[in-house]
Ligand binder design. Structure first.
Ligand SMILES: [Zn+2]
Length: 469
């Protein structure tokens, strides 16, 4: 295979990206331009006007800052037969991501600094230039009983705290965690779920679950948890002004509306939505394969069902929701209620995933398909390219604050090159061979997605290069 830029891990010595569509979410500027990289540094960004810009449009090659994923499960240590740090970072680079936050639900749990040191060593050994950050656990072993050593974890360099996979177990623990983490300048990242309402639940509570005979997972399970979290935050922030809450993978219109109102009231809360909750609905469990914005009221009567029902690849927590909820996720991205898109990448082994729907381990390994799902929304006129890029870069970058090595999440001359180049005019087919993740049980296998990633550069070094052409 031809190597055009270089070898993964090597400094990009010389690269001229001529006449492409540049999107800079920090300056808010997009348009035709050229980017020159020398010795790993962005030497020049030249915006072109008039005749020089003619013939270049946002439907072709796009250059954006490298993407930031606030939420990925890389499974190492403890689940290396599902994913390793090395394969997870390779998948990230293929998806255009140059900064990835690993979740702490590893074995052992990332609840003390030595586990962080282990995953950092694995990242270094992988040779990937993708920046690996991590959230520490809120409680010891994520058991919800005793606060983890938050101060030691902060000293070790975690970027937040989460018991993800499960919510912070009680309001009392959340209160202490928000205060302690707030004093350390770090957010609590909560998975909002009232487990009392979701015990045994398999699919979004609604028409599709009823017809398929799957046990319903009510929107109230998420909304009551969000309401609890916001009430506790409002209580804590008076005493600890640095307290910050980040709600991850919100999925319902009601939950997003609670965040919208909390932000308007000045509470220090941020949130993210996932690509699959934006682009898919629960009708996919019935075998529908239409994007959320094209969904009808009844997948069985409007011809949407084209695949077998009960695909375990679609089992995910929170579950795929209604078309109205997916539309609310899109609206939250458009109006900034959702600060970021986070992938909630969860690779699983065949043993855990290729089983009956209700027994399948929840999670979609979506870090390589995130861009394609968002671009499908852009292509359909449901989301602007600028907002899609911002939700993958400056939005999550702001949630990280200064805890990334990156100086900026925009396109800035003199910074180490941290870029993704993708071609919106080129589609690619999702196959196990096309994916770098070990958890290649994607619900999109066999499907064409828009936006082939051509090149990913992280910290001035080559992270991914498409060599298929
Ligand atoms: Zn979660």
């Amino acid at each position: 295979m031809e190597r055009r830029v270089g070898v993964v891990g090597a400094v990009v010595a010389e690269l001229d990206i001529g006449r492409a569509w540049l999107v800079d979410p920090v300056s808010g500027r997009e348009g035709t331009g050229e980017v020159v990289v020398r010795d790993g540094v962005i030497e020049a960004i030249t915006w072109l006007e008039g005749d020089e810009a003619a013939g270049v449009d946002p439907g072709g090659v796009v250059v954006a800052p490298g993407f930031v994923d606030l939420h990925a499960h890389l499974r190492e240590p403890g689940n290396e037969d599902a994913e390793t740090i090395a394969t997870g970072l390779a998948a990230a680079a293929h998806g255009g991501f140059t900064t990835v936050c690993a979740m702490p639900d590893t074995t052992p749990t990332l609840d003390e600094p030595s586990v962080l040191a282990r995953i950092r060593a694995a990242a270094l050994a992988s040779g990937s230039p993708v920046e690996l950050l991590a959230h520490g656990a809120v409680t010891v072993a994520r058991a919800g009983e005793q606060l983890a050593a938050l101060g030691e974890l902060a000293d070790g360099g975690v970027v937040g705290f989460s018991d993800d996979g499960a919510p912070v177990a009680t309001a009392a623990i959340l209160r202490n965690a928000l205060a302690y983490a707030g004093a350390l300048g770090l957010p609590i990242v909560d998975h909002a779920e009232d487990p009392g309402l979701t015990a045994g639940a398999e699919a979004n509570d609604g028409y599709v679950a009823t017809v398929l005979g799957l046990r319903g997972w009510p929107a109230a399970a998420e909304e009551s948890a969000v309401a609890r979290d916001l009430a506790v935050l409002a209580d804590v922030v008076g005493d600890v002004p640095g307290a910050r809450l980040h709600l991850t993978h919100l999925t319902t219109a009601g939950a997003l509306d609670l965040v919208r109102r909390a932000k308007a009231a000045g509470l220090p809360v941020t949130c993210d939505v996932t690509p699959h909750h934006v682009a898919l609905t629960d009708a996919w469990l019935a075998g529908a394969r239409r994007w959320a914005w094209d969904a009808g009221d009844d997948p069985w009567t409007d011809g949407a069902v084209v695949a077998a029902p009960y695909d375990p690849a679609l089992r995910v927590n929170p579950p795929l929701r209604s078309a109205a909820d997916a539309a609310a996720c899109l609206a939250a991205l458009a109006d900034g209620t959702a600060d970021a898109v986070a992938t909630d990448h969860v690779p699983h082994t065949s043993v855990d995933k290729d089983v009956e729907f209700g027994a399948a381990a929840p999670g979609i390994a979506g870090i390589e398909t995130a861009l394609g799902l968002l671009l499908a929304a852009v292509d359909a006129g449901r989301l602007s390219l600028a907002r899609a890029v911002a939700a993958l870069t400056a939005g999550p970058g702001a949630v990280l604050g200064g805890r990334s090595r990156r100086r900026s999440f925009g396109l800035v001359e003199g910074d180490p090159a941290d870029l993704v180049v993708f071609d919106r005019s080129d589609r690619w087919t999702v196959t196990p061979e096309a994916l770098a993740t070990m958890g290649a049980r994607s619900p999109f296998l066999g499907r064409e997605l828009p936006g082939r990633v051509l090149l990913t550069i992280a910290d001035g070094r080559l992270a991914f290069e498409d060599t298929s052409a």
